[in-house]
Design a binder for this molecule. Structure first.
Ligand code: GUN
Ligand code: ZN
Length: 646
């Protein structure tokens, strides 16, 4: 069972529960080689806090002493670990070190019989150099074995490994067909060679293609990914679980993992690491340790690097800033920078899961930041949902925020001249009315801009000018410094703002319904900012100070239901849940009958009954696809019920 607690990008902080306990994701499972045990499982749990590990059932099965002990006492006793044990099936061993005869049935039976909590199908490893034909044929075999594994698994959970080499359509298809089966976790397999060869941009395509086909309610494991430098990027793409054999393998070769790469002890100039394993050591004392002790010290160092980065990844997800962390991490190596750049090809997919706004400010880290879904979303909405009040525009440079404060007098004078003020920002054109919405106001850019973003901003502004049909565009330098803005002028600018934000957030038709005249704006006495929109005597909207966007009131939602055809903005719940929702209880995913597929996380929605009656307003926490697949969890955080369903 898997439940989302927090989300950012495609990443999720989740609760994954198994019969051996629960772990919080993203989580890394250290690989334990039962024959070597570089760091004993007890220590992995007690010192490092790993709640789950992965071991190889194939090695155990092929080692008589281990096999007997595992079958008689169980895997948990064999390893001395009472957390979650995942087992791999031997696919990788037989693939890397030559074919050894075992069958899928034998391997699944064995994993179940020794008490593995999560076993793995004997999938066929699809190499990146394989032809499409060979890949497609072997996927068919993996899928057949998967069916068999599902029928044999008993009460063990089962890993359904998505294969498909570098063929995106095959990956997506394999994922989609596995989504139909009774599978508990989805590792993405066949990616170790891509990571070993630093082909990270291809890894991005492979992970996204797999994610597209998978069921969002199942955790995704990136097989063989355990280097701290890839964790932020992989989590951002929606990988929930990772495993690392490298911490021990590298240690045996005297290689140390750091956030910016792996370094040979022989090549390092100094140690300068303050992790608990290295504390008290310098480079020469570490080198002088006897081999066994050195391996163990380096393995522990490697584990500390992994756990501290994983903690960092979680912190950034909780703060809604994982894009920033991934962008920083991907600058550690040009191949990772390629991966970050490649992510841009998938922005439209990522946008579907991107929350409408978040609490903190968005930091720009370089031209790659433009791949973030917020950029795409803003430019699409401003193009399609903005209506200029006049047919002439005036362009202002970005000289500090908020624009309507920085340019207060100039904007007022421009409006007197019949001009629509537009600022050329790194997001592209920002009409004065939209300068306080997320992410325009809540973003930080360096004051020395880069050529790429400047160029994109210019291009987008030119597209906007032509799309809006402006007959004339002038420069801000042509605007004289006029008299102070009068109260009347400010009120009229606020009315433009109020409606422009509603169009941006809810679309044209909804905004017209929400702004039926007479419209009165209630403003904060302290800040002068818009607080409430009263239309025709009804309080329809409240503007949030934090993100400059609206909270939808029941009266507003009722207007939208009348004006905009279903399924727009609606979440339909079943009749049993209706009374609870109208009392203000949250909507759990299992009670949702259907939902507008265009709803993004954190968007305002109308919760309605099966016959279309308004029950409540609230904010969506899940997308329609997620709501349909998650058996547990809150789909809509309800703000206030209509209270009239009793
Ligand atoms: N370990 C690393 N990659 C793979 C894979 O593709 N399949 C399995 N079963 N194990 C792996
Ligand atoms: Zn260290």
């Amino acid at each position: 069972m898997f439940e989302i607690v927090r989300r950012d990008g495609l990443a999720r902080i989740g609760r994954f529960s198994t019969r051996a306990g629960e772990i919080e994701t993203p989580a890394l499972l250290p690989v334990v080689n039962p024959k070597i045990c570089t760091v004993p499982p007890k220590e992995l749990r007690e010192e490092f806090g790993f709640g789950a590990l992965i071991t190889n059932s194939y090695i155990i099965k092929n080692t008589p002493e281990l096999r007997e002990k595992a079958l008689s006492e169980g895997l948990h006793s064999l390893l001395g670990f009472d957390g979650i044990i995942m087992t791999d099936s031997g696919t990788f061993q037989s693939h890397m070190y030559g074919e050894v005869e075992v069958t899928n049935k034998e391997m699944v039976d064995f994993q179940r019989d020794v008490g593995s909590d999560i076993g793995t199908v004997l999938d066929i490893f699809t190499e990146p150099y394989w032809t499409k034909k060979r890949t497609a044929e072997s996927i068919e075999v993996t899928l057949e074995r998967m069916q068999e594994a599902c029928s044999l698994k008993g009460d063990m959970m089962i890993n359904g490994v998505v294969q498909g080499s570098v063929y995106h359509d095959l990956r997506e298809d394999c994922a989609r067909r596995m989504a139909e089966m009774d599978i508990d976790v989805h590792p993405i397999g066949g990616v170790v060679p891509l990571m070993e060869q630093y082909r990270y941009s291809e890894l991005v395509d492979v992970v996204i293609a797999s994610k597209k086909g998978l069921d969002p309610s199942r955790p995704v494991h990136l097989f063989g990914a355990g280097h701290p430098m890839v964790l932020a990027l992989a989590a951002l793409m929606g990988c929930d679980l990772f495993d690392s054999a490298s911490y021990a393998k590298f240690a045996r070769d005297d290689r140390m993992m750091f956030i910016d790469g792996t370094y040979r002890l022989a090549d390092m100039q100094s140690l300068d690491c303050n992790c608990p394993a290295c504390r008290g050591h310098n480079i020469s004392s570490l080198r002088k340790l006897p081999k066994g002790e050195r391996t163990k010290t380096i393995a522990r160092h490697n584990l500390y690097q992994i756990t501290s980065e994983l903690a960092m990844v979680k912190r950034y997800i909780r703060e809604g800033r994982l894009w920033e962390l991934a962008e920083m991490r991907c600058r550690a190596h040009p191949a990772l920078l390629d991966a970050l750049r490649r992510l841009k090809a998938h922005t439209a997919f990522l946008e579907r899961y991107e929350p409408l706004s978040r609490e903190g400010a968005m930091f720009y880290t370089g031209p790659e930041s433009r791949a973030r879904p917020q950029f795409l979303r803003y430019s699409e909405r401003v193009m399609h949902r903005y209506v200029p009040p006049t047919d002439k525009a005036v362009l202002f440079p970005d000289a500090g925020k908020p624009y309507s404060r920085v340019y207060q007098q100039k904007f007022a004078e421009a409006r007197r001249m019949g001009l629509t003020p537009v600022v050329m920002s790194p997001f592209g054109p920002v009409p004065a009315e939209l300068d306080e919405i997320y992410p325009i106001a809540q973003s930080l850019f360096p004051s020395i801009s880069d050529a790429e973003t400047e160029k994109v901003s210019e291009d987008l502004t030119m597209d906007f000018i032509s799309a809006m049909g402006f007959v004339e565009t002038v420069s801000s330098e042509d605007i004289p410094e006029g008299p102070e803005e009068t109260q009347e002028e400010r009120d009229s600018a606020d009315r433009l703002r109020a409606k422009a934000v509603a169009r941006y957030q809810f679309g044209m038709e909804a905004a017209d319904a929400l702004f039926r005249e007479p419209v009165e704006l209630v403003k904060s006495r302290k800040t002068g900012k818009i607080r409430n929109v009263i239309s025709d005597g009804e309080h329809v909207l409240s503007m949030r100070a934090g993100d400059g966007l609206y909270t939808l009131r029941a009266e507003g939602a009722a207007r939208i239901l009348d004006a905009v055809p279903a399924p727009a903005m609606r979440v339909v719940v079943d009749d049993d849940a209706a009374p609870f929702v109208s009392e203000g209880r949250n909507v759990f995913s299992r009670f949702v009958l259907s939902m507008d597929p265009e709803i993004r996380p954190m968007e305002e929605v109308a919760v309605v009954s099966s016959d279309g009656r308004l029950l409540a307003t609230g904010r969506a926490l899940l997308t329609a696809g997620e709501t349909a697949s998650f058996p547990k969890g809150v789909a809509v955080k309800v703000r206030s019920g209509s209270g009239d369903d009793a």
